[in-house]
Each structure stands twice: as structure tokens, then as C-alpha cells.
Ligand binder design. Structure first.
Ligand code: BYC
Ligand code: FE
Ligand code: FE
Length: 475
């Protein structure tokens, strides 16, 4: 299934045959481009970037690599091919034909899910806006821009659904996507993590590891939706998402590797000496893990949620890999163990499986994060260093859900406000830590193949190109 790249809005949904929709999207497009210019990667319109562009949505090779100026990137609307006679896979409508139009009674719920998803995409581009100015290499700069243009396309994916299926209020929601901004006091982005800053490259790699991974799990749940256009849109977005998590995992992994090399060269595990040698000490990396993990687990919502239960029963949002789960896919009885707060103790408690949908997805997510952390620890182990990175307890530093009411250590012990104030500098990046990391990254590295001192080179380049390939030309 190939994409019409020559159309003013590249697509594989026969946009040319729907003049009303085409006009509506063509009216939105200039606003999008203005937003990209104002709040997308700063100072980059003239750059030629070696980018991957989707040209087909089938499994065999959908990507085309070449130099592109980002404002000319082929943003568009790409859905996975329709599955013949697909049925709703879960909930009370299970087994009925998947919806090709929005069911009237679920209109506002669906719109809300699509808006929440869509809002995160431009938010992340805004958060990453200035990182290009301090890139550690051309290879990394190119990866940042690849992530940025794809998040821009993910916004297109949701805006298409709003315009195509939600009439006037869909159009208004599409406009509002470009009016809310990350960290804006008056009109912030919807979800907490997307109003945090991504001020430096360590934060960027942590963000793409932890927060883009929330994207993976949320998109996978929406890819099960009984509303077929949403399911197909999200299925294709997931193919792009994999690269974002690759950038995060290998980015942090290369920093870990460089830190270990410096420790071994100097024969020390003294953080001050590692810092003085221009690398990031492992305890500081741990604090960044603690921060980004905790704001990302918040993105899964409350431990027990009637919203999530309704989305599931109504057939709008499923579970991760729904088809692989061995139950009746309606969850009318069934229980699920949930971490609950009892006074100052955290205990696993059986709850209605239906109410526990968010917690279940959070568990799938945490398991996946743990696998990545294990791979980072392999690097440390191989270097012969005793330190291990760890995910903090899910109760640590929460703002959403039951644990937002208490203070918990990274080990999951509830402590007093006084203890927290006293000790949180051991657990979360301090202003001084952030200043140190920021100061390491004041100058960009633009020489092909060269890396900043705080990060090891990647194992290989992009698309079979060497690491020293000229991934970005500044023109
Ligand atoms: N911040 O019943 P609950 C991505 C609100 S990332 C602020 O648990 P629900 C990407 C909640 O709205 C993926 N508010 O909520 C990554 C509710 O409000 P009301 C993004 C929050 O609905 C990197 C109330 O608290 N996609 O793609 O079950 C780069 C009660 O909570 C937060 C999606 O999120 C929060 N963190 O669950 C680029 C998928 N959490 O009803 C892109 C769509 C909860 O009291 N969204 N609240 O007014 C959803 O499925 C759900 O909205 C959530 C929340 C899972 C987020
Ligand atoms: Fe995305
Ligand atoms: Fe992403």
C-alpha cells in the first residue's frame, strides 16, 4: 500500500476523492507549518537532514532515506491497511463488526482520547526545540530531527481523525492542538510530563526512553480500538515509535558506556572526579532515571479508573496485545492485583480487573523499562564496575494516583515531608546537577564522526551509513 507523496498532503486514504476533507486539512496545514516554524527545532529551516520518509505502509520496506529540509518534510496521513471483516476485539461489543464511523454514544469519549493522544505529539517537539543548538554529534542531531518530524506526523495522524470524523468540534480541537503549548501558564499541554522541560541531551535520551515508551503502550492500546480508523492510524504510528525508543535506549547506553570508560581510565568511582573529566557520573544518571520514570508512570492515570473501565467496556481502548491475553476480553468478573496505599504501607490488593486497566498497562510498561535498564547494566557490568542502575518504586515522586498523597523513597518506603525535604536531593536531579549537565553541553559538535566527550560513539550509523557520515548539512 503506497503513499501518494506528490499530493499536497501525502496520504494513503484517497484524500483527493474527499474534497471537503481535503479542503479542511489544507486549511489547517499553513497553521501547522507556522507552528513548526515558531516552535519546532530552532534555527533549522535551511538544514539538509538525512531523514527517513515513509513511502509505503506495508511490512516490506516503507522507508526512504535522503536529504530533506525539515519544513519540506512529507507530513501526511498514513494508515495501516484495513483488515478484512475486522471485529471489535474486546468489551461489550466484542465480535461485532469494527466501527468505520464514530458511534454516536461514544463520540465525546473517543474525541477526548484522540485529543489527549494528539496533544502530546507537538508538545514533545516544543520541549525539544533548542536541543539542536547543543548536539553531541551529527548522528545525534539527525536522530533528534527524525524524532521531531515523526512526532509532527503523529499530530497529523490525530488531526486527520478529528477532521474526518468529528465535524465542527473536531476542527476546533485540531486548532486547539496548536494553541496549547508545553509549559504555557495559561494554556498548558494536557498531561503533566509534557509540560516539563527537556533542557539538555541527557533529559532528551531519558525522555525518549521513558516517555516515548508510554507512547508505545498507549498507542498499542488504541491500536486495538473498535473504532477502526483509530486502530489503523495507531498501528502505523507504532512502527515509527520503535525508532524513538531506540534513540533513547542507545543514547543513555552510550552515556553509561562513556562514564564507565572514564571511571576505568581514572581508576575511580568518585563522582567529582568523573565530572571533572567531562563525563556524567553514574549517581547523577540514576537521579535522571528516577525523575523521568516517575513522571512517565504518572501518564498511565489512576490505579483504579472508571474512565479506563468505560473505555474498555465500550470497545474504545483495549489492553496491550489484547489478542494474546487468555480471558474472555470483557472482564465482567475477574480481578487484578493493584498496589494500594494503606496508611503508610503499600500492599497488593485484588481489584476489579476492569477498574485496574490503567495499572495493568503500567505494569506492562514497567516490565519493558526494566528490560532496558538491564541492558544498560550489562554495559556497566562488562566494564567491571559494581554500580547498578535501578528503576525507583512506582510510588516514588508521583503526582497522579494514590501515591500522590504521600512521599515515598525510591525503595518504596513512605517517609515524612521533613525526611523528603531532607533527602530528595539524593534522589532527584538538583539545580546543581542540572547546571552541571547543562554546562557539559554548551557547544554543538558538528564535525562528522566526532562525539562530545560525555558520550560514546554509536555501534553503527543510520541506514547502513558509517558513523562519520554527514547526517546534517548546514547549507
Ligand atoms: N496528567 O481516571 P484517570 C505519547 C486525569 S505519550 C494530567 O486515571 P484516565 C508521546 C485524567 O484525564 C501517550 N492529568 O484517567 C510520548 C482524569 O481527568 P478527569 C499519550 C491526568 O482517563 C512522547 C483524571 O486525571 N497518549 O504519545 O483513565 C513523545 C482521573 O484519572 C494525568 C495517551 O495518553 C496526567 N498524567 O487515564 C510524544 C492516550 N493522568 O476525567 C508522544 C490517551 C490522569 O477527572 N489518554 N489525568 O477530568 C488516555 O488514555 C487517558 O487520558 C490517560 C488517563 C491514560 C492519560
Ligand atoms: Fe508520537
Ligand atoms: Fe515518539
Amino acid at each position: 500500500m503506497s503513499i501518494d507523496l506528490q499530493a499536497s498532503i501525502p496520504n494513503n486514504v484517497n484524500l483527493a476523492e474527499d474534497r471537503r476533507l481535503q479542503r479542511a486539512l489544507e486549511a489547517w496545514q499553513p497553521n501547522y507549518l507556522k507552528w513548526w516554524q515558531d516552535l519546532g527545532p530552532e534555527g533549522t529551516p535551511g538544514y539538509d537532514v538525512y531523514l527517513r520518509t515513509a513511502i509505503s505502509v506495508d511490512a516490506r520496506g516503507w522507508a526512504n532515506f535522503g536529504y530533506v529540509k525539515m519544513p519540506e518534510y512529507r507530513w501526511g496521513i498514513f494508515l495501516n491497511p484495513a483488515q478484512e471483516s475486522r471485529v471489535i476485539p474486546f468489551g461489550e461489543h466484542r465480535g461485532q463488526p469494527a466501527w468505520q464511523e464514530v458511534p454516536g454514544e461514544y463520540r465525546s469519549s473517543l474525541r477526548r482520547l484522540i485529543v489527549t493522544q494528539g496533544d502530546t505529539e507537538p508538545a514533545s517537539v516544543e520541549q525539544q526545540r533548542r536541543l539542536g543548538l547543543t548536539c553531541p554529534s551529527l548522528y545525534d542531531l539527525r536522530n533528534l530531527f527524525q524524532v521531531n518530524v515523526e512526532e509532527g506526523r503523529h499530530l497529523w495522524a490525530m488531526v486527520y481523525l478529528l477532521h474526518a470524523y468529528f465535524g465542527r468540534d473536531g476542527r476546533e480541537e485540531a486548532e486547539a492542538m496548536l494553541e496549547r503549548h508545553s509549559g504555557d501558564a495559561e494554556k498548558p499541554r494536557i498531561l503533566g510530563a509534557f509540560n516539563e522541560k527537556t533542557p539538555d541531551w541527557l533529559s532528551f535520551f531519558m525522555f525518549t526512553f521513558f516517555t516515548d515508551r508510554d507512547g508505545k503502550y498507549q498507542l498499542a492500546s488504541l491500536a486495538e480500538s473498535g473504532f477502526d480508523p483509530l486502530a489503523r492510524t495507531c498501528q502505523f504510528m507504532l512502527t515509527e515509535e520503535a525508532h524513538h525508543m531506540f534513540v533513547g535506549e542507545t543514547g543513555v547506553g552510550r552515556i553509561v558506556q562513556r562514564s564507565c570508560e572514564v571511571m576505568n581510565e581514572l581508576g575511580t568511582d568518585d563522582p567529582a572526579k568523573v565530572r571533572a573529566a567531562g563525563a556524567i557520573d553514574l549517581p547523577t544518571l540514576q537521579k535522571y532515571v528516577n525523575f523521568h520514570f516517575s513522571v512517565s508512570v504518572d501518564l498511565f492515570g489512576q490505579e483504579t479508573s472508571t474512565n479506563a473501565a468505560n473505555y474498555f467496556t465500550q470497545g474504545l481502548k483495549g489492553r496491550f496485545q489484547e489478542a494474546k491475553l487468555d480471558d474472555n476480553h470483557t472482564l465482567t468478573d475477574g480481578t487484578y492485583p493493584v498496589h494500594m496505599l494503606h496508611g503508610d504501607r503499600i500492599e497488593l490488593e485484588q481489584q476489579s480487573a476492569l477498574l485496574a486497566i490503567n495499572e495493568r498497562l503500567r505494569n506492562d510498561y514497567i516490565d519493558d523499562c526494566q528490560r532496558g535498564v538491564d541492558r544498560w547494566n550489562k554495559i556497566v557490568e562488562k566494564a567491571g564496575i559494581g554500580f547498578r542502575l535501578r528503576l525507583p518504586h512506582r510510588a516514588f515522586n508521583r503526582r497522579i494516583g494514590a501515591f500522590s498523597e504521600v512521599r515515598a523513597t525510591p525503595e518504596g518506603r513512605i517517609v515524612s515531608d521533613g525526611d523528603w525535604t531532607h533527602r530528595s536531593a539524593e534522589w532527584l536531579p538538583t539545580a546543581e546537577d542540572r547546571a552541571f549537565v547543562g554546562a557539559l553541553m554548551t557547544k554543538p559538535v558538528h564535525e562528522p564522526g566526532k562525539m562530545a566527550a560525555w558520550i560514546a560513539p554509536p555501534a553503527r550509523g543510520i541506514n547502513g551509513q558509517p558513523v562519520e557520515f554527514e547526517y546534517v548539512r548546514f547549507g
